[in-house]
Design a protein around this ligand. Structure first.
Ligand SMILES: [Zn+2]
Length: 129
């Protein structure tokens, strides 16, 4: 499931959605000066990452969904660890986690978005290895 060829691999490791070899972002998501800039082309297979200008605006909807998933995960974790937080405490923890994970959420959302449009191509992947 997390091996090359699955979309999850490309999403979680921020790799090119077509060859799963090249990097997807210009820099690490937490390198804030370069805030989640998607590369123009895959450095390995030369796939153009943006189908059209502002292509990645759509990823905002994805990041909303991922953000909600993270918030739910935080809530579930507080239940698992038996933390009895007040509503305010719970809200504060969720906000804190969301702020900390925001760069990652934004990056992963772009990767998920790209994976809606591009599929893994084994032949190309073999060629660029
Ligand atoms: Zn590629």
């Amino acid at each position: 499931m997390f091996s090359k060829g699955s979309k999850l691999y490309s999403i979680l490791f921020l790799k090119c959605p077509r060859c799963h070899e090249g990097a997807f972002l210009e820099a690490h998501p937490y390198k804030l000066s370069n805030f989640n800039k998607v590369k123009e082309h895959c450095p390995k297979c030369n796939l153009k990452y943006s189908i059209e200008p502002s292509f990645y605006y759509g990823s905002m909807y994805v990041s909303y969904a991922v953000g909600v998933a993270v918030a739910v995960a935080v809530y579930v974790l507080t239940l698992i660890f038996g933390l009895e937080l007040s509503i305010l405490g719970l809200f504060g923890s969720i906000v804190a986690v969301l702020v900390l994970t925001m760069p990652w959420i934004a990056a992963v959302s772009k990767s998920i978005w790209a994976n809606f449009f591009f599929d893994y191509n084994k032949e190309i992947a073999e060629k660029v290895k």
